[in-house]
Design a protein around this ligand. Structure first.
Ligand SMILES: Cc1cc2nc3c(=O)[nH]c(=O)nc-3n(C[C@H](O)[C@H](O)[C@H](O)COP(=O)(O)OP(=O)(O)OC[C@H]3O[C@@H](n4cnc5c(N)ncnc54)[C@H](O)[C@@H]3O)c2cc1C
Ligand code: SF4
Length: 449
């Protein structure tokens, strides 16, 4: 450690005041009209398009790209919304490099896919900026009511589809704002200009959806109440818990849950007021690890190091996400697992000792260690369900998450579930949207016989 330095060194305002807005601006510049048409013309409009199969919401990608190329951006948006009402957010956050763009014929042939995500953003932004009406009308009221827990992508997608069928939807949302991780978790530079709230307003603009903020299942309302008071219930509360490192001292103030820190970052009006360490160590290998690492660097941290216990291929973050981190000056170190926190007399963390790992049939420590200075250690080793939310109602679980069938029905006759809280999913926004859509179709079928 450098001599005479405060330890831990955690400060707000590390950057000149005008640099924050630049640093947190859009990661990818949106396409203008001319760029969108030129990019759309690169599409071969494949029959049996592999991109459409790779999209979890099965958007008719060749169709919407053709609509853009003929100057019909709002028609393209409508094609997108037909399958994915959160197409605007998905255009910003989908890891397209492992979904639709990975299988684009131009990617396979030339290593340069059609920019499907950016084209999707062009069309959906155009619609939100220019259309005067919601793209869909509600069907006649059915008199049926559905309770939804959680106003994240899964809950919103389910709510919209049900409202469209004429059912009345009430969303019970624990937080004061709707949007789920779109509003509280996704990296700030992926969703700028309050897009998450604009999208919530767009979705609820169909009518028939009431959001009751500050209402948490298990605290303010029970699953029994919801089942008794509604014709069906959809659970979309994500994974509100986080995993600890399991090391002595990991409850120190500067050993921080990465998701909670990102939430603060997303909600602050003044990024320069957010304290950030000089030297940061992030433990984890997924999107959360990448996002907290890049954003602390953008807040002015001097060194940011991600430590992951396996190799680059095993990281949940895609190759592209890893490159985003590296081009922002983040160091990624592989084959390291946390062994002990170094703490000062006040209990604050000042460093972390990690053990090298190797695969010998199974992952194990080699006994060799390294200690890194750390003013803040971020825990990004996965989220977990909160237990005991369902009161007296019994739901089958699998690996701690809710078990559902292909129609997203749980083991309870009146309860469906989707998004991160169910077993077997991929923990992606677009997958949560699809879950909500599938559940809504199944609920509608049940309610209308
Ligand atoms: C830091 C981070 C970055 C990510 N980045 C990306 C990305 O770039 N691209 C991508 O595709 N995916 C990303 N993901 C994953 C993606 O955000 C999730 O898969 C997606 O949001 C899941 O949607 P959901 O509706 O299931 O849950 P959530 O988005 O978590 O929404 C759940 C909602 O339920 C509410 N809730 C929780 N408990 C209760 C309760 N007891 N009662 C009532 N309401 C409750 C919550 O407040 C929340 O609003 C990221 C995740 C994290 C943590
Ligand atoms: S929703 Fe995501 S995966 Fe599907 S086409 Fe759009 S960007 Fe690609």
């Amino acid at each position: 450690m450098a001599p005479n330095r405060v330890s831990p060194d955690i400060q707000a305002g590390r950057l000149p005041a005008d640099q924050y807005a630049d640093n947190f601006d859009d990661l990818h510049e949106p396409l203008d009209r001319h760029e969108a048409v030129v990019e759309a013309d690169r599409c071969y409009f494949c029959y049996d398009a592999p991109c459409q199969t790779a999209c979890p919401t099965s958007i008719d990608i060749p169709m919407f790209i053709r609509q853009i190329s003929t100057g019909n951006a709002n028609g393209a948006a409508r094609t997108i919304f037909d399958q994915n009402i959160l197409g605007g957010m998905c255009a910003r956050v989908c890891p397209t490099e492992t979904l639709c763009e990975e299988v684009c014929v131009r990617e396979v042939a030339e290593g340069k896919p059609v920019k499907i995500g950016l084209l999707q953003r062009y069309a959906t932004d155009h619609f939100l900026e220019t259309a005067e009406q919601h793209p869909y009308e509600r069907a006649a009221p059915t008199g049926k009511s559905v309770a939804i827990v959680g106003a994240g992508p899964a809950g919103l997608s389910c709510a919209h589809a049900l409202a469209r069928h004429g059912h009345d939807v009430t969303i019970f949302e624990a937080r004061e704002k709707a949007g789920g991780l779109n509003e509280h978790g996704i990296a700030a530079y992926k969703t700028t200009e309050n897009f998450a709230q604009r999208e919530v307003d767009f979705i609820t603009g169909i009518g028939g959806i009431a959001i009751r903020n500050g209402m948490a299942l298990g605290r303010d309302v029970t699953l029994d109440d919801l089942v008794a008071g509604h014709d069906a219930v959809f659970l979309g509360m994500g994974l509100p818990g986080v995993n600890d490192l399991g090391l002595e001292g990991d409850d120190a103030d500067n050993c921080i849950d990465a998701v909670a820190y990102i939430e603060k970052l997303r909600q602050t009006d003044d990024l320069s007021a957010l304290p950030v360490g000089r030297n940061i160590v992030v433990i984890g290998g997924g999107m959360t690890a990448i996002d907290v690492a890049v954003q602390t660097k953008l807040l002015g941290a001097e060194t940011v190091t991600i430590c992951y216990r396996r190799g680059p291929e095993q990281m949940n973050a895609s190759q592209y996400e890893q490159e985003v981190a590296q081009t922002h000056g983040v160091t990624i170190r592989h084959w390291l697992q946390p062994q002990a926190l170094v703490r000062n007399d006040d209990g604050a963390v000042t460093g972390i000792t990690l053990e090298y790992t190797a695969m010998n049939g199974k992952l194990s420590g080699t006994g060799e260690t390294v200690t890194l200075d750390a003013d803040q250690v971020f825990k990004a080793i996965g989220q977990k369900p909160v237990e005991g939310l369902f009161g007296g109602v019994s739901l089958d679980l699998s690996g701690g998450r809710i078990f559902t069938d292909d129609d997203r029905r749980t083991s309870h006759d009146k309860v469906w579930a989707g998004g991160d809280c169910i077993a077997g999913g991929e923990d992606l926004t677009v997958v949560a949207v699809e879950d909500g859509k599938i559940a809504a179709a199944s609920i509608h079928k049940r309610l209308t016989g």
